[in-house]
Design a protein around this ligand. Structure first.
Ligand code: SUG
Length: 449
């Protein structure tokens, strides 16, 4: 069998990273609304994680940020004039819209798309479906550029198949890989794809949350599975517990993470948990794997602590010796209950043997932890060779990107700065240079006119 790997493509934080308070239902985004951000620090924190994982021997890639402000989106909402005038008018008349069109939210590449590796798909290609992210305006404008960037990263049609985002209506609300996990005995072997939804558009048997929106629908999950050519015996659907969505669990990756044969999850993550675990176990067994569920009880860590610390928004990685490593944000270290739990977890004889802590505070303050910042793509050696080499992290690329950030990014950004017409010029200059560094060609609207 051809060797296969999991590769993480981390979102490079864009130069307009700010705290817009844009995501109702995401506790961190709401509570840091209007705080000043540091785009430079945010980008360097992200690059620090990419470098560390690369140095540990994991395959690491980088996913380019988007053009912001999105002047075209502002024009579609009726703001007219030159680009600078559009921004000035939006700042004067509708600051929340300018903030939305300035968000660097594409950094959370777990939401960029859903990926099915070639071992699972009917035509033996790696399939990508861009996520419509239509629950939040600021995120709903990401998918056209996401599709172009994905196309430039995974260009070879012999190995990679790309699907446009699902129709952008609430029935097909799709948040990409944040609600999708894949279990397998080996990355190159057929696996079981696990889709978690928050509500159904049509079926009243699935109770919706009362307070916060459920972003992902069952119907979106089913459409992605069809588009990717997955077979029924390789797919499991589960409903996220609506009660935890109402406590701030806006994506499944805030309450569960899986890798290989292991699911690390909170006791309250799902509805109908026993059925879900049994189905995962059966289907994985038929694909040669032995499913292992590591449950965190509510006595050990309550949902509130899980949301505050982002314990489950961690990266669960398989090391060369087969044991697993958990990459957690600094906030887990600061939370005594969570840290205590992690000490016990790694001292036991379960699959997770080590924890590594990263400072990702700039992203965390918008509700984006280690797992949000990365898109996982399982690739065999032939497919890996077909990936655009410009986006594969190397020590040289890391250093180049650190200098690029140093040259173009601001140290501090507050809401008032979004009205500065110079910001758009700075961003376009930076991104034009970035597409050359990453060898992406023309992917941004300002490059396509
Ligand atoms: O969609 N935050 C993002 C965080 C996404 C986290 N991703 C995963 N869980 N995979 C969101 O809510 C906040 C932007 C602001 O408020 O400025 C924001 O979009």
């Amino acid at each position: 069998m051809i060797p296969a790997y999991e590769m993480n493509f981390d979102g490079l934080v864009g130069p307009t990273h700010n705290y817009g308070g844009l995501s109702y239902g995401n506790v961190a985004s709401q509570s840091n609304s209007q705080a000043a951000s540091s785009p430079k620090e945010a980008a360097l924190q992200g690059l620090g994680k990419m470098k560390a994982l690369m140095e540990m021997g994991f395959k690491q890639g980088v996913f380019a940020p988007q053009e912001r402000q999105d002047v075209a989106a502002l024009r579609s909402l009726g703001f007219t004039g030159s680009d600078a005038e559009v921004i000035a008018r939006a700042a004067k008349e509708a600051m929340p819209l300018l903030a939305a069109c300035s968000s660097a939210s594409s950094m959370w590449t777990a939401n960029s798309c859903t990926v099915s590796p070639s071992a699972d798909t009917a035509d033996g290609r790696v399939h990508f479906t861009a996520a419509n992210l239509n629950c939040k305006f600021h995120r709903s404008i990401e998918h056209p550029t996401t599709s172009r960037v994905l196309g430039a990263m995974f260009a070879n049609p012999q190995h990679f198949a790309h699907h446009a985002a699902l129709p952008a209506v609430s029935q097909f609300g799709d948040e990409g890989a944040a609600n999708h996990t894949r279990f397998c005995a080996g990355y190159g072997q057929a696996g079981v794809e696990f889709f978690v939804f928050g509500r159904s558009a049509f079926d009243p048997r699935y109770p919706a949350p009362q307070r916060y929106p459920a972003r992902q629908t069952l119907e979106a999950c089913q459409a992605v599975a069809r588009l990717h050519g997955l077979s029924d015996d390789g797919v499991v659907y589960a409903q996220q517990n609506p009660a935890v969505i109402d406590q701030g669990v806006f994506h499944n990756d805030v309450i569960a993470v899986g890798n290989g044969e292991v699911l690390f999850y909170h006791q309250d993550a799902f509805l109908d948990t026993e059925r879900v675990l049994a189905e995962l176990g059966d289907k994985l067994a038929r694909r040669g794997g032995q499913f292992q569920a590591v449950c965190v009880s509510r006595e050990a860590v309550g949902v509130e602590d899980a949301v505050r610390s982002y314990l489950f928004n961690s990266q669960l990685l398989t090391r060369a010796d087969g044991s697993m490593l958990l990459i957690v944000p600094e906030e887990c270290h600061k939370n005594a209950r969570v840290w205590n739990y992690l000490q016990q977890l790694t001292a036991g004889n379960g699959p997770i043997r080590e924890v590594k802590v990263f400072d990702l505070k700039q992203s965390m303050q918008n509700g984006g932890g280690p797992a949000c910042l990365r898109l996982r793509v399982a690739l065999n050696e032939t497919e890996l060779a077909a990936v655009n080499p410009g986006v594969i992290m190397t020590p040289t690329l890391h250093d180049t990107l650190v200098s690029w950030v140093g040259k173009h990014y601001r140290d501090r950004l507050s809401e008032a700065d979004l009205a500065d017409p110079q910001l758009l010029v700075e961003c376009r200059t930076a991104l034009d240079e970035l597409t050359q560094i990453l060898k992406l060609g023309s992917v941004y609207p300002f490059q396509l006119v």
